[in-house]
Design a protein around this ligand. Structure first.
Ligand code: DC
Length: 239
């Protein structure tokens, strides 16, 4: 198992760094946040959770617990590097990035059965591929505790909120939200991700901290790539 684990807070640029690092090494990239978001979307569509993310009733809670393991989540990639998350074959990339989903995903991802189902899928993706860069919250602690390189990404909250806002503005998807609204959502997700009982967001003891508050994107990628080479990760041969 040839895995690089990248964990950290929301909107620290984990996914962007992980994606480019995977490209440079010729490895598979897996965005586990997209998997939890897809489950959250499925739960919302089926009325298993309300708009606040909590289970509607006991039957809905049960449907969510047993339903997560039955979903087919995969990705399609454009030549430009743009990722499309497919849920049972449907492209849900845009739907899973909305504020509505951001507001409920931490609650859905706190359900132990949801985590167990997705962790099993993530481990399989790792063992099936010659090399993987996976980003999330529990990759170094739970999914791949044996990974030879674990990176914990962080950045100051104001920097993260400003970046996320700029990203949404560029896509024209701010929906009237202010940078303060975004900061509040990030703070709430940080708190929920760290407080949940099942595999909370936690820096693995042996993780290297990458604080990119004052780094350019390229500098952050370069640091991650340098660590990967130092730890013996070799570029996968195309086959
Ligand atoms: O990385 P992201 O913001 O797209 O992740 C969305 C949510 O999914 C995040 O609030 C916490 C949850 N998550 C998780 O619990 N475990 C992971 N490995 C990845 C994401």
């Amino acid at each position: 198992m040839n895995a690089i684990a990248i964990d950290g807070f929301s909107s620290t640029g984990k996914s962007s760094v992980a994606k480019i690092l995977a490209q440079r090494l010729g490895y598979l990239y897996v965005d586990t946040g997209a998997m939890y978001r897809a489950v959250a979307l499925h739960a919302l569509r089926n009325g298993w959770v309300g708009p606040d993310g909590s289970s509607v009733n006991a039957a809905a809670a049960e449907a969510l617990r047993s339903g997560a393991g039955t979903l087919d989540i995969r990705w399609r990639w454009e030549a430009s590097g743009q990722q499309h998350t497919l849920l049972n074959g449907e492209d849900v990339e845009a739907q899973i990035r909305t504020m509505e989903i951001s507001q409920i995903v931490s609650k859905v991802s706190a359900v132990p059965e949801v985590r167990r189902a997705l962790v099993a899928q993530q481990q399989k993706l790792g063992t099936d591929s010659p090399g993987v860069v996976m980003d999330g919250r529990d990759i170094g602690t739970v999914v791949f505790p044996e990974a030879k390189l674990k990176i914990f990404m962080t950045a100051r909250p104001d920097v993260r909120a400003a970046r996320r806002f700029a990203e949404m503005e560029a896509k024209g998807s701010t929906d009237g939200l202010s940078v303060q609204d975004i900061a509040a959502n990030l703070a709430q997700r940080d708190a929920e991700d760290q407080a949940r009982l099942d595999s909370p967001l936690l820096k693995a003891q042996d993780a290297l901290v990458l604080d990119n508050s004052d780094l350019t994107f390229d500098q952050a990628v370069e640091q991650a790539y340098t660590w990967a080479r130092e730890r013996g990760f070799a570029t996968a041969q195309p086959h």
